[in-house]
Design a binder for this molecule. Structure first.
Ligand SMILES: [Fe+2]
Length: 438
C-alpha cells in the first residue's frame, strides 16, 4: 500500500512529460508565435484559512445568482449574506460545497451558494461564510439593451492582465468565455492563482464559461477530464435541464445563450445533441429575439492553427442551429481574432450565423499568425490579443466590436452592426425547419 502514492506520482510525471512533448511538437508545426508574456507570479495570499478566496459569480436560473468561493478551512460554512445596502444583509442563503484531490494536490473547500430572487439591474452587497471582505455585484437588466463582454483562451500572463484591465473599462453586464480558462494544464495550484487573478472582475459581474481543451486534465484510471473545471466553475446546467456541466443555456434580457461542449459527444445520438434539440424547441423569439451560441473549437476558421478541427461537430450540429435561427456563434481555441459574414454550410447565407473566433485573451502560448487564403465568408482576421463587446441594443440591432491590446491600450479594431434573424424575417421562415428535427 505504501507504494501507491509513489506509483501515482510516477504515473502523473510520466503523463505530464508525454503531454508536454506532444503539445510542444504541435505548437512548432505550422506557425511562428511572437514572444509570449511571462506567466504572472502571485505573492502568497495572507488571508486566514477561513476567509473566502477566488470569489466568482454566475447566473443560476431566473432572478438567481450562484456565488462560488474557496476556503482553505474545510469546516468553513457555505452561506451567503446579502442586501442592497453596504453592511446591511437582509437575506441569507445556505449553499453546498465540494472538494477534490489530484495526485498530491488537495483543493480547498469549494462553496457554491445560490442567492435570490434578485431584482434586475440592481447592486447587491454580499459576504461569504460570515468572514472576510464585503463584495458587491450588479444583476443584469431584465430587458434590452444588454452588454456582454467576451474573452477566450485567457490564461494568466501579462497579456491576460491587459485584457482584464480593458474589460474592466467596459460597462458590461455579463462576461462570456468560450473555453480555456486558467491553462492550469494538470498543475492544480494554477487554478487557484487564476481564481485570484479574475476575482476583482468575476466577483462583480456574472462570468458564464464553457470548457476548452486546457480544462481536460484526465489521468487514465484515476481522473475524468473535467473534474477540476466542474468542481470550480459550476454553471447552471441543472437550471437549464442539462445533465452535464459541459453544456447548458440561460436567458438574460432578450437573449437566449447556449454554451456547448466541443469535447463531449455531439453526434445525433448523443445526450448533448438531444439536450440541444429540446433547449432550442423552448426558445421563444418573442421573449428572446437573439440566439447566441458559444463553444471552444471554431467551425469557420481560416487560420492555419487548428484548421478543420471543428468539422465533425459542425457537420453534426450546424443544421440544427441554422434551423433554430442562431444569430451569433462565438468560439475560441485559435489564438487570433476572426469574424465571418452570416454563413451556413461553408458559404455566405443571409439566414446563417455570424461566426466569431476570439481565442486571443492572453494565454502563455502566444498568437497564431499564419492563415490560409481568405475565404469569401471571412470579413476580418488578425492575430492580436484582445477582447470583444456585444451590445444588444434592441430586438433588431446589436453592435459588435473587437478591441485589440495594442501596447497595453485597448483599440477598437473591428466593429459591425448586426441585424437579428428575428428582424430580417429569417427566423419566421425557419419555424418549419426546426420542427423537422423534433
Ligand atoms: Fe484551446
Amino acid at each position: 500500500m505504501e507504494l501507491m502514492p509513489n506509483l501515482m506520482l510516477f504515473l502523473f510525471l510520466f503523463l505530464f512529460l508525454f503531454l508536454s512533448i506532444v503539445s510542444t511538437f504541435s505548437a512548432e508545426s505550422d506557425y511562428v508565435r511572437p514572444q509570449p508574456r511571462q506567466t504572472l507570479h502571485f505573492p502568497r495570499n495572507p488571508k486566514s484559512s477561513s476567509q473566502p478566496r477566488q470569489v466568482h459569480i454566475s447566473l443560476a436560473g431566473d432572478k438567481h445568482m450562484r456565488i462560488t468561493w474557496i476556503t482553505n478551512d474545510h469546516s468553513a460554512p457555505s452561506f451567503v449574506e446579502y442586501g442592497t445596502l453596504p453592511g446591511n444583509y437582509t437575506s441569507v442563503s445556505q449553499g453546498e460545497s465540494t472538494s477534490y484531490t489530484y495526485i498530491l494536490y488537495k483543493s480547498g473547500k469549494i462553496h457554491h451558494t445560490v442567492i435570490g430572487p434578485l431584482e434586475a439591474g440592481t447592486v447587491y452587497y454580499y459576504r461569504c461564510g460570515g468572514e472576510g471582505s464585503e463584495f458587491q455585484l450588479k444583476t443584469p437588466p431584465s430587458q434590452l439593451p444588454i452588454t456582454f463582454s467576451v474573452a477566450g483562451d485567457l490564461g494568466q500572463t501579462g497579456w491576460t492582465k491587459s485584457t482584464l484591465d480593458h474589460i474592466d473599462l467596459c460597462k458590461y453586464d455579463v462576461l462570456l468565455l468560450p473555453g480555456d480558462l486558467s491553462y492550469a494544464d494538470y498543475l492544480q495550484h494554477r487554478w487557484d492563482t487564476f481564481g485570484e487573478l479574475v476575482e476583482p472582475l468575476a466577483s462583480t459581474r456574472p462570468w458564464m464559461v464553457t470548457q476548452g481543451n486546457h480544462e481536460k486534465e484526465s489521468i487514465i484510471l484515476f481522473k475524468s477530464p473535467f473534474d477540476s473545471y466542474d468542481a470550480r466553475w459550476k454553471m447552471p446546467f441543472e437550471e437549464s435541464g442539462s445533465s452535464s456541466n459541459l453544456y447548458y443555456s440561460f436567458e438574460v434580457a432578450g437573449t437566449h445563450v447556449i454554451m456547448l461542449g466541443s469535447y463531449t459527444d455531439y453526434d445525433e445520438s448523443s445526450d448533448q445533441y438531444a439536450w440541444l434539440k429540446a433547449d432550442l424547441a423552448k426558445v421563444n423569439k418573442e421573449r428572446t429575439p437573439w440566439l447566441v451560441v458559444l463553444f471552444h473549437v471554431p467551425w469557420y476558421n481560416s487560420n492555419k492553427a487548428h484548421q478543420g478541427e471543428g468539422a465533425s461537430m459542425m457537420a453534426a450540429m450546424e443544421p440544427l442551429l441554422y434551423a433554430a435561427g442562431a444569430d451569433i456563434i462565438i468560439s475560441g481555441h485559435v489564438h487570433a481574432y476572426e469574424r465571418s459574414k452570416r454563413v451556413y454550410a461553408g458559404k455566405s447565407d443571409p439566414c446563417g450565423a455570424v461566426h466569431i473566433t476570439i481565442g486571443d485573451g492572453g494565454n502563455r502560448e502566444g498568437l497564431a499568425h499564419k492563415y490560409i487564403a481568405q475565404p469569401e465568408w471571412s470579413v476580418f482576421r488578425e492575430a492580436s490579443f484582445g477582447h470583444g463587446e456585444l451590445k444588444i441594443v434592441n430586438s433588431s440591432n446589436a453592435f459588435w466590436s473587437w478591441h485589440r491590446n495594442d501596447d497595453d491600450e485597448p483599440v477598437k479594431s473591428d466593429q459591425v452592426w448586426i441585424t437579428s434573424l428575428a428582424a430580417s424575417g429569417c427566423a419566421a421562415e425557419k419555424n418549419h425547419q426546426l420542427k423537422k428535427f423534433t
